[in-house]
Design a protein around this ligand. Structure first.
Ligand code: NAP
Length: 326
């Protein structure tokens, strides 16, 4: 059995390119007592990985990332061959994991495995926590979601509607993706931020203002939201993808409006809210089983496509959660 892993060989400056990565064939690890060998089935590509390229990821070593895998050989009674597990040794075809490093996935009939990296995974959990714990979205409220056609964004839009949001507005990078949001993903209004000034487009989509902003982008998007937020509105700040390539400032210039309108801006990290996972499962599973809600996703086949798929996600070539299927 051969095993291949992808390593980072140089650090990026600005927009990353494929030549910063190398595919390396390595000896498959042998199964020791207390470990299991898994074959990876689905790999997640995520914006935070761009930040990891700057310093967190070691050069010329295996990389971290979320994956779903099948156990093929086991040296522990806690993991049996055939078990489906979640773990964080991605960017490779196979991995050696311990029970502590993996979590068994209970498959839900009628729900694709990929949903466990999408709306039922950390992606959906980020959306759910941002809406319920951080923004405390109330029925009837108007919400603006940025990077709305991505994994977190589509999940946030669908969950906001299920929570009773009055009007859900999204921004995204193309008019095709904006159309997807209103026609397929339960958004009431959506626009491409490339079709004009974000401030004007948002003011047009939300003539009466907004109560909540779920921000994945930062910079000009966040500034536009601050401008149209009603007094005592809330911002759940989830990410700042417009600045990860260091090409745009993160902070908006109108932060002081937060004081004048008594707004609340709160950042959050989903990893500090993993206790909400059972609540998310209970909330979403009936909708997923009935087909009322789906996990929006773009799945690219083949381990060889991993680097290009990661770069394509950063360029906005995904609708929903971007995954690679081996
Ligand atoms: N706080 C947490 O714990 C947590 C957890 C998960 C994710 N996040 C954050 O949530 C956000 C979304 O993550 P995701 O995994 O769901 O990724 P995603 O939205 O599926 O993919 C990234 C998207 O970002 C958009 N984008 C790229 N460059 C942009 C720019 N310069 N300006 C505006 N949009 C840009 C692209 O869509 P367009 O076509 O719309 O440009 C792309 O599809 C990221 O900021 C991520 O860091 C935070």
């Amino acid at each position: 059995m051969g095993m291949t892993e992808i390593q980072l060989v140089r650090r990026p400056s600005g927009v990353p390119t494929a030549d910063l990565f190398a595919f390396v064939d390595i000896e498959p690890p042998s199964v020791q007592p207390g470990t299991a060998l898994v074959e990876n089935l689905l790999l997640s590509v995520d914006p935070y990985m761009r930040e990891c390229m700057d310093d967190d990821w070691e050069l010329n070593a295996g990389l971290e990332g979320r994956a779903i895998a099948r156990v093929i050989e086991s040296g522990t009674p806690d993991l049996a061959p055939g078990d489906i597990v979640f773990h964080r040794k991605s960017w490779r075809t196979h991995a050696l994991v311990t029970p502590a490093e993996s979590r068994k996935i209970e498959e839900i009939p009628g729900v694709p495995l990929s949903a466990h990296l999408g709306i039922l995974g950390g992606t959906g959990l980020s959306a759910y926590v941002g809406l319920t714990r951080i923004a405390t979205l109330q029925p009837g409220e108007t919400i603006f979601i940025t990077a709305a056609a991505g994994g977190v964004g589509t999940a946030a839009g669908r969950i906001a509607k299920l929570l009773g949001a009055g009007r859900v507005i999204g921004s995204t990078g193309t008019t095709e993706k904006a159309k997807y949001l209103t026609e397929e993903a339960s958004f009431d209004a959506a626009f491409s931020y490339r079709s004009g000034s974000i401030g004007e487009l948002l003011a047009e989509a939300a003539p009466d203002g907004i109560d909540v902003c779920f921000d994945n982008v930062g910079g000009e998007h966040l500034a536009a939201a601050i401008d149209v937020l009603r007094p005592r509105g809330r911002i759940a700040w989830c990410g700042a993808v417009s600045s990860y390539n260091h090409q745009a400032p993160v902070a908006p210039s109108n932060l002081f409006e937060i004081v004048g309108k008594e707004l609340r801006l709160e950042g959050f990290l989903v990893r500090e809210h993993l206790d909400a996972r059972p609540e998310l499962y209970d909330f979403l599973t009936p909708y997923l089983r009935s087909g009322e809600v789906i996990s929006d996703e773009t799945i690219v086949p083949g381990f060889d496509s991993m680097v290009e798929t990661f770069l394509a996600m950063l360029r906005g070539e995904n609708v929903g959660k971007m995954l690679v299927e081996l």
